[in-house]
Write a protein that binds this ligand. Structure first.
Ligand code: UDP
Ligand code: MG
Length: 336
């Protein structure tokens, strides 16, 4: 079956061979009762294991299973973006491959969509099986982000959500490199509502979001939705000048009316270190923004697709140069 469908489910995958078959089964079972046409858009984000092979096998028996196979690992947010670019559904659902977001919630999301909402985002009331450190850093991050941005991004939501076609199109038209999708959806507006759910434990395998990727995502989120960090320099500078001025008055007073000897080698060093520290941190913040501006200025495509499965024609997606991964015997055979 091809052509436009009612529902597209976008599933990013990075080394998910342990979960993929169960995910497929749970999704098909959850979607069957809806009685609408659908497609499952799997995005293989440069997995090093058998993820792609498994999806290919599933896709032989079920043409509703489609796959974009990236040329390398581009990151979760980019994988989701590609899935949305190629999704043809009237509504599009983003869901993780590891079954932490229950597929059984999709019918409820569709019901809300029929009520007239354009975005139904899953809000986690409980997070199971995640380390205290992850929960704590996540809680701090969401609140920090909220205090810094002018766009109101709902707290405790991940990317698990249903979006109307018009929201998906709006997102596809935003081609920035540093992507924080939940923020971009909030920015887009439209009628949005939350659907509370319990975030389950990962079904199998381990998290593909080590601290390094979490920090990166947080920096992307803050820098793409707020310029407040850039203003810290100005505020600090002002406060420091005020303090300096007051101290100047003190020094003049001492010079004129007292005979206190000037001491202060230690305090000089402390102040010097402190201010060099502050200056360097502020330069670092500037660097984050300049680096991102530079990345945007290059205007590279967000991702490269090495191979596609069960897609008839690319929809409104970016044009890609055909890339040629080497060393795949199946592929080599198909080219002879
Ligand atoms: N993922 C991806 N590319 C990456 C990292 C993760 O496509 O570089 C996918 C991963 O396969 C999963 C989803 O993004 O479907 C969320 O990742 P994970 O469950 O590891 O994150 P966590 O739930 O631990 O935050
Ligand atoms: Mg997960």
């Amino acid at each position: 079956m091809n052509g436009p469908v009612f529902l597209s489910v976008v599933i990013p995958m990075y080394n998910e061979e342990e979960v993929i078959e169960t995910t497929f089964r749970r999704l098909t079972e959850a979607l069957a009762p809806i009685g609408e046409t659908y497609e499952l858009v799997f995005v293989n984000d440069g997995s090093r294991d058998n993820t792609a092979k498994l999806v290919r096998r599933i896709g032989e028996g079920d043409k509703r299973v489609k796959m974009l196979d990236f040329s390398r690992n581009f990151g979760h947010q980019i994988a989701v973006t590609a899935g949305m670019d190629y999704a043809s559904g009237r509504v599009v659902v983003l869901i993780d491959a590891d079954l932490q977001d229950p597929p059984e919630l999709i019918p409820e999301m569709i019901a809300k969509w029929r009520e007239g909402y354009d975005v139904i985002y899953g809000q986690r009331v409980v997070r199971k099986g995640e380390s205290l450190f992850k929960k704590l850093t996540a809680a701090v991050f969401y609140r920090l982000l909220r205090s810094m941005t002018s766009v109101s991004i709902p707290v405790d939501t991940g990317d698990f959500r249903l979006m109307d076609r018009k929201v998906c199109d709006a997102l596809s038209s935003m081609r920035e490199q540093s992507r924080f999708i939940r923020g971009m959806v909030s920015w887009a507006g439209f009628r949005q509502t939350a659907l509370e759910y319990v975030r389950e434990e990962r079904f199998a395998g381990e998290t593909k979001y080590p601290l390094r990727k979490m920090v990166r995502l947080s920096l992307d989120a803050i820098t793409s939705f707020s310029t407040k960090p850039l203003k810290i320099a100005g505020i600090l500078g002002f406060v420091m000048s005020a303090v300096g001025f007051i101290y100047l008055l003190v020094v003049i007073y001492q010079r004129l009316f007292t005979d206190t000897t000037l001491q202060g080698w230690t305090s000089m060093i402390v102040i010097s270190l402190l201010f060099h520290g502050i200056t360097l941190s502020l330069l670092g913040i500037l660097g984050e923004y300049i680096g991102r501006t530079y990345e945007e200025a290059k205007r590279r495509p967000l991702y490269l697709v090495a191979d596609k499965l069960n897609f008839e024609q690319p929809s409104h997606a970016e044009p890609f140069p055909p890339s040629s991964p080497s060393g795949d015997p199946e592929l080599a055979a198909s080219r002879r």
